[in-house]
Design a binder for this molecule. Structure first.
Ligand SMILES: Cc1cc2nc3c(=O)[nH]c(=O)nc-3n(C[C@H](O)[C@H](O)[C@H](O)COP(=O)(O)OP(=O)(O)OC[C@H]3O[C@@H](n4cnc5c(N)ncnc54)[C@H](O)[C@@H]3O)c2cc1C
Ligand SMILES: Cc1cc2nc3c(=O)[nH]c(=O)nc-3n(C[C@H](O)[C@H](O)[C@H](O)COP(=O)(O)O)c2cc1C
Length: 783
């Protein structure tokens, strides 16, 4: 077998090693344009988990790599004169040059033919090869030659970065966030061998310009960085080696294989340096390819297997890298944060690390985070304990004069079980049990402001006395038997009206008994849905009056809070999104125009809703569709509602158009809440695939939302909040007197359960290499 590898970086060399081991008879040639010891960059990082992988696949190179590595366990965050350290991270660094020399030596030992100073520009010279590995890096010529086939997307990010080195010793992976007269600069730094550390500097485009870095040569820009970070470098020099400032290209390829050619490493996909995974991904690609070659009967089958088996892992890493890079791009959002909350945000930015996880590894740090959170709550006039604070989830909050005992919220969820809009005993039990389960705030489902405002025949309403009477009964029950506050969500289905019950076909048009529907523009939801009538001025007046009348009824029912539903493609949302609003009057066109009607409705309701009671608005912060609402628009939308008197923005996403492409995942809508809260400076509630109290605390402590709503988790577990309270020892949680023995038991058991759980996790977690190294070098105690 003949294998040609273009590119002698980590991907190409490791592929050569693994394939040479697997097929000693194969002719493997690596073509590299540079000299053998010519390399850019300074150090590379690997996590303990990645090293475990290397150990499994090639012991000799693993041993040599680990002999050369610097280990560390801590991440340190420097911000506004403070330093916070968190242990238990298990990372190692090594010089890129040494890594390549080790891999080259090992590849040669195994019989691979390494040809340096050989630039490949023609693929025709590999016609007789059985397999051609394109490991030619981020600017891959061969990926570009077949750009249409590989379906490459390149997203060039806005921040500038430059890779430098230093002789400064470091004992932690170090992030330094530095305010300057031009704006914020960030250093990502780590030691990779004795007396050598990598320094990646990053800044936004405006700060880059203001600091005069544009056009400065390598040396002078390094001097500028040395001035900024001199206080930390303590006289150590910054070293350069092709350390030009550039923008990070996020590369994705829909296909990785063309005939016998396959993309590996940076050539196929990149991951932002802030999660230190470029070299790891490159080498793990080589592992995946070698595995596939061992398992499949032909090269073609192996390449297919490689692509199928590897894609999910690569996309997961890229997603984590994406989230992380966005955090760094928007660091100015958090610049005013308390430093410990800021550091918590750095640690938890890419979702892999959570509140509970940090509590186990760095309990003192998390206690500090809790204290800072409690101090903010105290500053708002609550008499909370700052010395022994409760976790963020159980810290109270105030919206106007409404006080919420904790920050776990039951999200609005349609039950499709009303008759002619009248709720039933089902609703009484449903809301009653969730209120008794300890949630601080519960929302009604979308309550429709008129018969023709309903989504389905099963939707609840508040347009007549019978409905008002039943809702009053539910509100009274909730207030009499729980400490929960109760918010009424009012909405109008718009073009998604006259559809079937959820379990009979969500958003599908009714076959019988449909009513006429209205929207911003006459666009059906599905091609076979009813075509809505575009609203004229008189329809707007009527709809506004219906919202106002329902708000007045809501006040008479005794609801504590009112939410206006402007999300999910329903009537008011259909005005906000350009995908569903094609009007040419004052209510269409610019975002300001598209917001006009929803704001008119909001203001009319605000005028009749009591001043001391809060109001929120639910928005879709992105349509997840080309040409639709984006996070930046959502900030404008939130600002406009805040000006009109909104107290809380309930940040959901999507459901505007049926061909949207949402990116689901854990807490997938939280970044939008983060953006709205910290750019528009309004209180937010986030929601969406948040399933544990650990996630709730992570979001709150990092300042990404003020309240956290859980929908589906509350459907199956009305006592979500009380269980979480037991886990965190938050005795203050409300429990009906009738249920107190249950509360006592779960609180008692939770202490032991938690200890057992923590012990198990500590036992299950293998020691990091830094810990092992520290143990091995510890002097023996005197006998
Ligand atoms: C300036 C810079 C500095 C970096 N520094 C670091 C760092 O310090 N630490 C870290 O972890 N990561 C660093 N990275 C990222 C890291 O290099 C990559 O993620 C990782 O090396 C990917 O490995 P690879 O084998 O896919 O590609 P590369 O390491 O880029 O290897 C590709 C190789 O192909 C060769 N090549 C390209 N085209 C041809 C051709 N036509 N003919 C012959 N040879 C060719 C190149 O010379 C190169 O050696 C840096 C990236 C850049 C851009
Ligand atoms: C059965 C069901 C009904 C829903 N009805 C509503 C509703 O009436 N109003 C609304 O704003 N959101 C509604 N939603 C969306 C939820 O409030 C929530 O945003 C969504 O379920 C995501 O949160 P989760 O992952 O915690 O479930 C509904 C969701 C479900 C599952």
């Amino acid at each position: 077998m003949k294998i040609a590898i273009i590119g002698g970086g980590p991907a190409g060399l490791y592929a050569a090693i693994l394939l040479a081991k697997q097929r000693p008879e194969a002719e493997i040639i690596v073509y590299e344009r540079n000299r053998a010891d010519d390399t850019f960059g300074f150090g590379v990082v690997f996590s303990d988990a990645t090293l475990d992988n290397f150990e499994k696949y090639d012991q000799p190179s693993y041993r040599r790599i680990t002999q050369e590595f610097a280990y560390w366990d801590d991440i340190a965050v420097y911000f506004r004169g403070t330093a916070h350290r968190v242990g238990g991270n298990g990372f190692c660094g090594c010089s890129r040059r040494k890594l390549l020399l080790i891999l080259q030596q090992r590849a040669r030992e195994l019989g691979a033919d390494l040809r340096f100073e050989t630039e490949i520009d023609e693929q025709s010279r590999f016609e007789d090869a059985d397999l051609v590995i394109l490991a030619d890096g981020i600017n891959s010529r061969f990926r570009e030659t077949h750009i249409d086939h590989f379906q490459v997307e390149v997203d060039v990010r806005s921040n500038y970065f430059a890779w430098m080195g230093s002789s400064k010793p470091l004992d932690a992976f170090t992030f330094i966030f530095q305010e300057t007269e031009w704006g914020p600069f960030i250093a990502h730094a780590y030691q990779y061998e004795a007396g050598r550390s990598t320094w990646i500097f990053e800044t936004d485009p405006k700060t880059f310009e203001r600091a005069g870095l544009k056009g400065l040569d390598e040396r002078r820009s390094a001097d500028r960085m040395a001035e900024i970070f001199g206080w930390f470098l303590g006289g150590h020099q910054l070293l350069v080696n092709r350390s030009m400032w550039r923008n990070f290209p996020m590369i994705r390829s829909k296909r990785w294989v063309k005939g016998k050619m396959v993309l590996l490493g940076d050539a196929k996909a990149t991951a932002h340096f802030s999660i230190g995974s470029g070299t790891k991904l490159a080498m793990e690609d080589a592992i995946a390819l070698a595995e596939a070659m061992a398992r499949a009967p032909t090269v073609a089958a192996a390449l297919e297997l490689y692509e199928q088996g590897r894609r999910e892992e690569v996309e997961k890493t890229q997603h984590a890298a994406d989230v992380s890079l966005v955090w760094f791009e928007h660091v100015d959002r958090f610049w005013e944060f308390d430093p410990v909350q800021f550091a918590f945000g750095v640690m938890t930015r890419s979702k892999a690390i959570t509140y509970d996880n940090l509590k186990l590894r760095a309990p003192d740090f998390v206690t500090e985070v809790d204290k800072a959170f409690a101090k903010q709550v105290r500053a708002k006039g609550f008499d909370v304990d700052v010395q022994k604070p409760l976790v963020p989830m159980f810290q109270p909050m105030r919206l106007r004069e409404m006080e919420i005992k904790n920050r776990a919220v039951v999200s609005p969820m349609c039950m499709y079980s009303a008759k002619e809009g009248v709720p039933s005993d089902f609703h009484l039990v449903h809301y009653g049990s969730r209120a008794m389960g300890g949630a601080g705030l519960i929302f009604t489902e979308m309550v429709c402001v008129g018969r023709e405002a309903r989504i389905t025949p099963g939707c609840a309403g508040l347009w007549n006395d019978e409905q008002e009477a039943f809702w009053t009964r539910i509100v009274n029950f909730v207030h009499a038997n729980s400490a929960a506050k109760f918010a009424l969500q009012l909405g109008h289905a718009g073009r998604k009206g006259a559809t079937k019950l959820m379990w009979e076909g969500i958003d599908r048009p009714l076959e019988e008994g449909a009513w006429d529907i209205i929207s911003a523009s006459p666009l059906p939801y599905f091609p076979d849905s009813q075509v809505p009538r575009a609203m004229d001025r008189s329809a707007m007046t009527a709809v506004t009056a219906a919202f106002v009348a329902a708000a007045e009824r809501g006040e008479r029912c005794g609801f504590d809070m009112l939410e206006l539903h402007c999300a999910h493609g329903y009537l008011l949302a259909s005005f906000i999104s350009p995908l569903t609003n094609q009007r040419s009057d004052d209510y269409g066109g610019s975002l300001e125009n598209r917001l006009r009607f929803p704001l008119e409705v909001f203001e009319a309701m605000r005028a009749v809703w009591p001043k001391h009671k809060p109001m929120s608005v639910r928005i879709s912060a992105t349509d997840w569709a080309e040409g639709g609402i984006t996070g930046d628009d959502a900030v404008q939308v939130a600002r406009a509602f805040a000006q009109a008197g909104v107290d809380l923005v309930d940040v959901s996403t999507g459901q505007t158009v049926q061909d949207a492409q949402p990116l689901y995942g854990r807490m997938f809508q939280t970044p939008f809440s983060d953006q709205v809260r910290n750019e528009a400076r309004v209180a937010t509630m986030c929601v969406g695939n948040i399933t544990s109290s650990d996630q709730v605390n992570t979001i709150l402590a990092a300042g990404r939302a003020d309240l956290v709503a859980l929908g589906r988790p509350h459907l199956v577990d009305p006592a979500f909040a009380i269980k979480a309270a037991a886990w965190y020892g938050a005795q203050e949680v409300f429990c009906p007197v009738q249920y107190l023995p249950g509360k006592e038991q779960i609180f008692r058991n939770s202490v032991r359960d938690r200890q057992d759980f923590d012990e198990l996790r500590i036992k299950a977690k293998p020691k990091t290499r830094a810990e092992l190294k520290a143990e091995a070098t510890k002097p023996l105690a005197a006998e």
